[in-house]
Design a protein around this ligand. Sequence first.
Ligand code: COA
Length: 176
Amino acid sequence: MTDMYIHRSSYVEPGCSIGDGTKIWHFCHVMDGAEIGENCSLGQNVFVSGTARIGNNCRIQNNVSIYDGVTLEDDVFIGPSVVFTNVKRPRASKRGRFEKTIVKKGATIGANATIVCGVTIGENAFVGAGSVVTKDIPENMTAWGVPARIQSYGWLRREHSVPGLKDGNKVKTKET
Ligand SMILES: CC(C)(COP(=O)(O)OP(=O)(O)OC[C@H]1O[C@@H](n2cnc3c(N)ncnc32)[C@H](O)[C@@H]1OP(=O)(O)O)[C@@H](O)C(=O)NCCC(=O)NCCS
């Protein structure tokens, strides 16, 4: 933990690992054991639990909690107020088992989406704002809605594609 920025209003517990160039803005809480890579940005009011894993170059916008069981690979964008979950059928009376949620490299999750736990959001996939994700989203797909569905023109359009993505959008659709 050398070249990083932590705003003085944030509480970063001593046992976590934070990579160089990462910025942690106002009112964040990073728990003991959390691992955050290099060159990430955590916006205002972001919470990171002790077993959460965040790769390099991730951008997490305001008001997001990265709970136990959630892994963000490198280059992931999490829009403002995205909600992750980690127990599928929670009850106040008993502690549920944490399920894993994986957001693969280069994926984007739009503002205010809810991710029901136990899913994988594929490499470079794009989840539209306000979606409720209940199933895996395959790599390079754009999905949105409640529940989130891959859209008929679901492959990333060129303007949303990731620079360097092999063949841009020229990937076969399900229908072809
Ligand atoms: C998913 C997204 C990239 C699609 O953009 P697009 O390909 O330009 O799509 P369009 O705006 O042309 O919309 C196509 C249709 O899908 C609908 N649509 C688009 N995004 C939607 C969403 N998130 N939920 C439901 N419907 C959506 C539009 O209403 C439109 O419907 P219509 O054909 O009946 O008029 C974009 O809408 C989105 O959700 N971006 C995320 C923004 C965000 O959260 N940013 C966070 C940082 S501020």
